[in-house]
Design a protein around this ligand. Structure first.
Ligand code: R5P
Length: 317
């Protein structure tokens, strides 16, 4: 029996789910989320999913905690409705920075997310550029971690990259930077970034490599408050960079990030639509500075391959 592929969307990014469906040429399946006055949620799956291969798209964006609960309840509802297999499609993984016990008496919340998803009934997970790839190991079910690098590099390949250098915003990003360097054939430098507290304040300490007389392109997995990015940009200018631009997969852009980027001396900042951002680019200055690339076709390809039992890694060779 060939199981039918169905795609559902949570409330976090229905536009991305619709774009994925457009690429797959399947309709977005119907569900409804009811919010009661006591703040409890009820998810109603509004079509038959018995024996279907179901994909639920829900990224992590504000309200983050409500989005997680909604996803868990959706998965549980689909399981009760006899879906044959449920894949949680989570472009930006919640609590991905809580991936280690680097302070006493804290939770490794990313592992807790993995436990919750599996308990709810997720049979597999499809995500993108996990903050640390070992988060995959928190799961006992298969996890496919897609890379945005090919999409971002295709964009830059169309530009003149003479005298460009790629810069990792911190040592944690250095390995990923290698992937960009291989694709774009550019030299690299790495910033030694430190954090001294829980105040989101990043401090650029040293530079491994040299950016003098070059156009620096900062590569990171996400831009959250923008603290890392702005600190890195100022540091690179001080180190003699001719200009500084940036790219990051996930535009978390919380706090005053957009305002900070708008008022910065940064060149273009390239991000992906793993999180909904376009509506927030509400000034000509922001629209000019922040370029959003869609990853919907990559998710659609991956979903098709999972459904057909084909390789995902071959997408990146
Ligand atoms: C940290 O390890 C990440 O790679 C990013 O550099 C960080 O999440 C960015 O956060 P923020 O924009 O708040 O400095």
């Amino acid at each position: 029996m060939v199981t039918k592929l169905k795609v559902f969307s949570g409330s976090s990014h229905p536009e991305l789910a619709q774009r994925i469906c457009d690429h797959l040429d399947v309709p977005l399946s119907k569900s409804e989320v009811v919010r009661f006055q006591n703040e409890n949620l009820m998810v109603k799956i509004q079509e038959n999913v018995r024996d279907c291969d179901v994909f639920v798209v829900q990224t992590s964006s504000p309200p983050v905690n409500e989005g997680i609960i909604e996803l868990l309840i959706m998965i549980d509802a689909l399981r009760s409705a006899s879906a044959a297999r449920i894949t949680a499609v989570i472009p930006y993984f919640p609590y991905c920075r809580s991936d280690k016990k680097d302070k006493p008496r804290i939770s490794i919340a990313a592992r807790l997310m993995a436990d919750l998803l599996q308990t709810a009934g997720a049979n597999r997970v499809l995500t993108m550029d996990l903050h640390s790839p070992q988060i995959q190991g928190f799961f006992r079910v298969p996890v496919d971690n897609l890379e945005a690098a090919p999409i971002i590099c295709d964009y830059y390949r169309e530009r003149d990259l003479s005298d460009f250098i790629l810069v990792a915003a911190d040592a944690g990003e250095a390995k990923e930077l290698g992937r960009y360097a291989n694709r774009l054939h550019l030299p690299i430098a790495i910033i030694d970034k430190r954090r001294y507290g829980d105040d989101d304040q990043a401090h650029a300490q040293h530079l491994i490599g040299t950016v003098r007389g070059k156009h620096a392109l900062i590569v990171d997995d996400e831009i959250a408050t923008g603290g890392t990015l702005l600190e890195a940009a100022a540091f690179l200018h001080k180190e003699g960079a001719l200009s500084v631009g940036a790219t990051a997969t996930h535009p978390v852009l919380c706090g005053h990030a957009l305002e900070r980027i708008a008022n910065s001396g940064l060149n273009e900042v390239v991000v992906c639509d793993s999180i909904a951002v376009s509506e927030r680019l509400n000034t000509p200055q922001l629209r000019e500075r922040i370029k959003v690339l869609s990853v919907s076709h990559l998710f659609a390809k991956a979903i098709r391959r999972i459904h057909d039992g084909d390789s995902i890694s071959s997408l990146f060779r």
